[in-house]
Design a protein around this ligand. Structure first.
Ligand code: PLP
Length: 417
């Protein structure tokens, strides 16, 4: 019989390499996680073969009775998980969910306010190189340069001055709680709709470990593969709005920005939401936050600055401004030690987004593989060892030692045992 090894040895080699890398390297990229074997198994099913444009019960193709069942399960579970009355589980990814919100709620040229990418926002919140920045008049808000916290007074001042139609909450790099109520009040003051992109913290929100945006926002988007630990994908949620509003969101996804939904991904979302409804998911998310705090404490004790002085969620930013190396160099050195992070701009960063003076690290993935506080403290120590050694004569020796320590820790906690 044909196997991947015999049919396509080159691809099989890439796959084997990736399997080994995920087992042997420590994953600290804050947006990554390990989906469960069940979630992955469902992605690998005949659901992938089915065209199902439309929504359950009203499709443009025949033969949709079983995919309808799967999608309805995903919808019902998403609503139960986030205690809301509208869920669209079709977005192929977070970016498509966000594109649909723009399409549904504003017109090209309208003023939209989002968090500056350089200070923690996402590309789809108005970066000039993204569709959002090209088609809308984006007014960014950001952080207080002293505290590294969101400056709500400044946000309100800008909103009153520029009168946006849409205010975006949510972030890719911010380690503190966001005050959704305050943001909604600002939106109301200027007659804007309030949209929260909770992609990074969706799992924490589901578990009650991070402020829930749904009671405050007109619409909430998310990815399903970060803290939520599902398959790659997107999600749109809402609560307390009228049917006309929900219809606008549905038609913005299909036929607005997508064609046929990825039914294998949607079925896998249904499984992931069921996992997230189980009590163990809550203790997992609690551990994610505890682990992040433990890492931040060690990193600060070792003399590194953490933006805003710590973390209340799953991630933090290490500020390397004034060091003899860049975020890019730090990222590369850690990579050699099999510690995977990403370079990230920090407030007042003098360097370009491709070089940066910061690192973003997060604990969702290491917590999934079983690391607790002790392991996270050790790991933070090795990370600081590598940073300390940058530019010194024993750089390579320190990296080699860290890599051995990382590997032996990873062997104790296999991802897919
Ligand atoms: N929104 C936020 C806040 C994100 O951090 C990300 C991804 O990093 C996205 C949206 C985009 O998600 P995707 O990569 O699935 O398009």
């Amino acid at each position: 019989s044909i196997t991947l090894d015999t049919f396509d040895a080159s691809l099989a080699e890439a796959l084997q390499g990736e399997i080994q890398r995920q087992e042997d390297h420590v994953e600290l990229i804050a947006s990554e996680n390990y989906a469960s074997p069940l979630v992955m198994a469902v992605q690998n099913t005949v659901f992938t073969n089915k065209y199902a444009e439309g929504y359950p019960g009203r499709r443009y193709y025949s033969g949709c009775e079983y995919v309808d069942q799967a999608e309805q399960l995903a919808i019902d579970r998403a609503k139960a998980l986030f205690n809301c009355d509208y869920a669209n589980v079709q977005p192929h990814a977070g970016a498509q969910a966000n594109a649909a919100v723009f399409l549904a709620l504003v017109q090209p040229g309208d003023t939209v306010m989002g968090m500056n990418l350089a200070q923690g926002g996402h590309l789809t919140h108005g970066n000039p190189s993204n569709f959002s920045g090209r088609h809308y008049n984006i007014v960014p808000y950001g952080l207080d340069p002293e505290t590294g916290l969101i400056d709500y007074d400044e946000m309100e001042r800008i909103a009153l001055e520029t009168r946006p139609k849409l205010l975006i909450g949510g972030f890719s790099a911010y380690s503190r709680r966001k005050d959704w109520g305050r943001m909604r009040a600002i939106a109301d003051k200027v007659g804007a709709l309030f949209w929260v992109d909770m992609a990074h913290v969706a799992g924490l929100v589901a578990a009650g470990e991070y402020p829930d945006p749904l009671p405050h926002a007109h619409v909430v988007t998310s990815t399903t593969h970060k803290t939520l630990r599902g398959p790659r994908g997107g999600l749109i949620l809402s609560k307390g709005q009228d049917e006309e509003f929900y219809k606008r969101l549905d038609s913005a996804i299909f036929p607005g920005v997508q064609g046929g939904p990825l039914m294998h991904q949607i079925a896998a979302k249904a499984v992931a939401f069921k996992e997230a409804l189980a009590p163990e998911f809550r203790s997992y998310q609690q551990q994610v936050v505890i682990n992040a705090r433990a890492m931040a404490t060690v990193i600060q004790a070792r003399g590194y600055k953490v933006v805003s002085g710590g973390t209340d969620n799953h991630m933090m930013l290490i500020d390397l401004i004034g060091r003899s190396y860049t975020g890019k160099e730090a990222d590369a050195a850690l990579s050699e030690a099999w510690i995977t992070t990403n370079k990230n701009s920090v407030p007042n960063d003098p360097r370009s987004p491709f070089v940066t003076s910061g690192l973003r690290i997060g604990t969702p993935a290491v917590t999934t593989r079983g690391f607790g506080v002790a392991e996270c403290e050790q790991l933070a120590g090795w990370l600081c060892d590598v940073l300390d050694a940058l530019g010194s004569a024993d750089r390579d020796a320190v990296i080699a030692r860290a890599r051995e320590q990382v590997l032996s820790l990873c062997r104790r906690y296999p991802v897919y045992a």
